[in-house]
Design a protein around this ligand. Structure first.
Ligand code: COA
Length: 329
């Protein structure tokens, strides 16, 4: 029994932060940002709203389009690094606001690989037969943890949410076919938000030292991301005996178009098969993959039976790939 994606949706805030806006905030320019990252603009959520707001909106699209009532959900998994609060889980607010009264759920912190961690976890609950309907959401309000005085990070991130519904297919040739997931804690210190946890609880000092913002050693992350994402993408294609032409779409995490390009070249894909929307949204962490999947589906480019490869790399380091056969008409 395979888990299929029976619905997909997304939400992005209306407010746009463009490269020219950032030029007025820090010492940067459109040319540098575009050539180094591929990003032109990103979306920013209102200050007073949290990640669960976007997650709920994306989930509502999925429930509406699949004609699923919230009470039918068995489980909601929310991948995020920006929960509304440290406690409770952000999914608690999503479950409440959706009215998914029969569902349990939990948050998953897999950094930029979070959506894939949640997707593969949800898949297990469907494949085991334990649950019938699992909602998997990736959502991040990166603007809440971005230092808009630091030009090395503030140009990269944006806010968004994406969601999919997982159900059983009854057919083995559709749905999630395979996955490869990795964690290597040797990279743990290369991408962090050091403050606000149990080592450095919030204090005047952590605020003064800007420890509640995202920090990354961009060069180290870049180097590992290129190798990690390319390797897992190539491996999952090879071990399922697929050729380059069999893959209809490669939907990678959107951190930097140069990382995506290197991974796509390694699996020998034409550019038209590589989904890129980083220009419009930047890196929205756990939301990038479901957002890109939802946009691709809505542009009528995905057809039932199409082979799709997902791949991501992020904090941890975590990285992985998922191979699926598209199940929606
Ligand atoms: N505008 C203008 N100049 C900038 C800048 C900006 N926004 N940000 C950095 N620079 C400068 C640097 O200060 C540096 O100047 P220096 O040489 O005088 O010191 C120069 O540009 C080159 O910086 P560098 O860090 O070498 O650039 P890069 O080509 O490595 O690109 C990233 C930086 C962040 C775009 C890139 O490293 C990256 O994408 N890393 C991985 C990101 C990622 O995947 N993160 C999330 C995990 S999924």
């Amino acid at each position: 029994m395979r888990a299929i994606i029976s619905g997909v949706g997304h939400y992005v805030p209306d407010k746009i932060l463009s490269n020219s806006d950032l030029e007025k905030m820090v010492d940067t320019d459109d040319e540098w940002i575009t050539s180094r990252t591929g990003i032109k603009e990103r979306r920013i959520l209102d200050k007073e709203k949290g990640t669960s707001y976007m997650a709920t909106k994306a989930a509502q699209v999925v429930l509406e389009e699949t004609r699923t009532s919230p009470e039918e959900l068995d489980l909601i998994l929310l991948a995020t690094v920006t929960p509304d609060m440290p406690v409770p889980s952000a999914v608690s607010f999503v479950q409440r606001d959706l009215g998914a009264s029969n569902s349990w759920g939990f948050d998953i912190n897999g950094g930029c690989t979070g959506f894939m961690c949640a997707l593969t976890t949800g898949t297990q609950f469907i494949e085991s037969g334990r649950h019938q309907k699992v909602l998997v959401i990736g959502a991040d309000k990166m603007s809440a943890i971005t230092n808009y005085e630091d030009r090395t990070t503030c140009v990269l991130f944006g806010d968004a949410a994406g969601a999919v519904l997982l159900e059983s297919s009854g057919k083995d040739d559709l749905g999630i076919q395979d996955f490869i997931m990795h964690l290597d804690g040797a990279g743990a210190e290369s991408l962090t938000i050091a403050g606000g946890g149990s080592i450095y609880p919030a204090s005047h000092e952590t605020v003064d030292k800007k420890m509640h913002y995202i920090y990354q050693d961009g060069k180290t992350v870049f180097k590992h991301a290129v190798v990690g994402m390319a390797d897992v993408s190539a491996k999952i294609v090879e071990r399922n005996n697929l050729g380059d032409n069999d893959i209809r779409f490669f939907i990678p995490h959107q951190a930097n178009y140069r990382i995506i390009d290197a991974a796509a070249k390694k699996i020998g894909l034409d550019p038209e098969r590589v989904v890129i929307n980083i220009n419009k949204y930047g890196n929205t962490t756990a939301a990038t993959i479901p957002l890109a999947m939802s946009e691709t589906y809505r542009s009528n480019k995905l057809q039932k039976g199409d082979w799709v490869v997902l791949a991501a790399f992020g904090a941890g380091f975590t990285w992985g790939s998922v191979l699926l056969r598209w199940a929606l008409d």
